[in-house]
Design a protein around this ligand. Sequence first.
Ligand code: PLP
Length: 391
Amino acid sequence: MLHAPMTDYLELERRHAPGVYAPRDRVFVRGEGALLFDSEGRRYVDCAAGQGVAALGHAHPRLVAAVARQAATLVTCSAGWPNDRRAEFGARLAPYLPVKDPRLFLCNSGTEAVEGALKFARLATGRKGIVALERAFHGRTFGALSATANPKYRDPFLPLVPGFVHVPAGDLQALGAAVGADTAGVILEVVQGEAGVLPLQGEYLRGVERLCRERGALFIVDEIQTGFGRTGRMFACEHHGLTPDLLCLGKAIGGGVPMGAVAIGPAVAPLTEGSHGSTFGGNPLACAAGLAVLDAFDEEGLVERSAELGAWFATELRKLPAPAVREVRGLGLMLAVELGRPSGPALKALVDEGVIAIAAGATGVRLLPPLVIRREDLEVALAALGRAVTA
Ligand code: PLP
């Protein structure tokens, strides 16, 4: 193992960096709960959780033990063969899902889950079209990117997959005009995360589901960011009584061990043998991590914690001074502080204050702390935000 000053690690990583990530000036080497530590020993309150991944925080003893145990038992087993951990994981996850009689396709990331859902929608309906929403973010591979709206992500890679259209979020009439006899599915996020933490209204969402049923299109919900307690319910669909035909999961599902999943309802399953697959998907290591995540949710009441702490945090954030803060949006511990100006300088000032957050659209600060975060750590973040947004 290398032991070098921070500048050496920065230089070493930069030498082989692909260039797609902005350069940074910190090297994180360790985490504990909702805290991160850099190579100089400085501590940070982590309000990003690796883009919403670390719901259990860092180095959660249950996750550490489960992964270590499974690593010493069986790391890899193709989904072509049954496996004890995978069987247990499916049985344990199914009762939480807002999908009827769910079957699970397991993969390794959010974008793969979306990719799978789009393929399954075409396969099950025999139709080609996908309707997505303006401002949507669904991932970076070609299918998922075709459902993503932001031209900054799309334009360098044109042409994308044919058959995708985008309609304004919240406009049922526009959706009605876009969903036709060749529409395989409508895909949406219940809270548009990357766009700036924009919650969609329940009436609209239920209207989308109804329209899908009327027109024979599949209702596809992307809960990659909102799932696993992030919004104060296990799944954001529960806020509005939604029952997707296809549900995309990722991020927190493996507590940091790469994992994704598509929950597949009865209008779609069973799928044709050989129609899709994944080498790593459903590997025993990720499934053991997923089981540990679900155990921690049950034993530590993380969903309730997200709802309660999130409500308190949002109330406190709303006390930050206007006009530096224009608005606070979100649900549970998925929150955004809208600044109405580019958020880059505030995010940088936060790092100097010892708080890690991410962008919410171009002009907001997104806060996705681990659900295990202590109130005193959120108080530190709050005070730092107060200084960072007024600097
Ligand atoms: N869908 C949503 C709603 C997301 O927030 C993300 C990632 O931020 C993705 C899909 C893509 O997930 P991944 O980065 O794991 O491919």
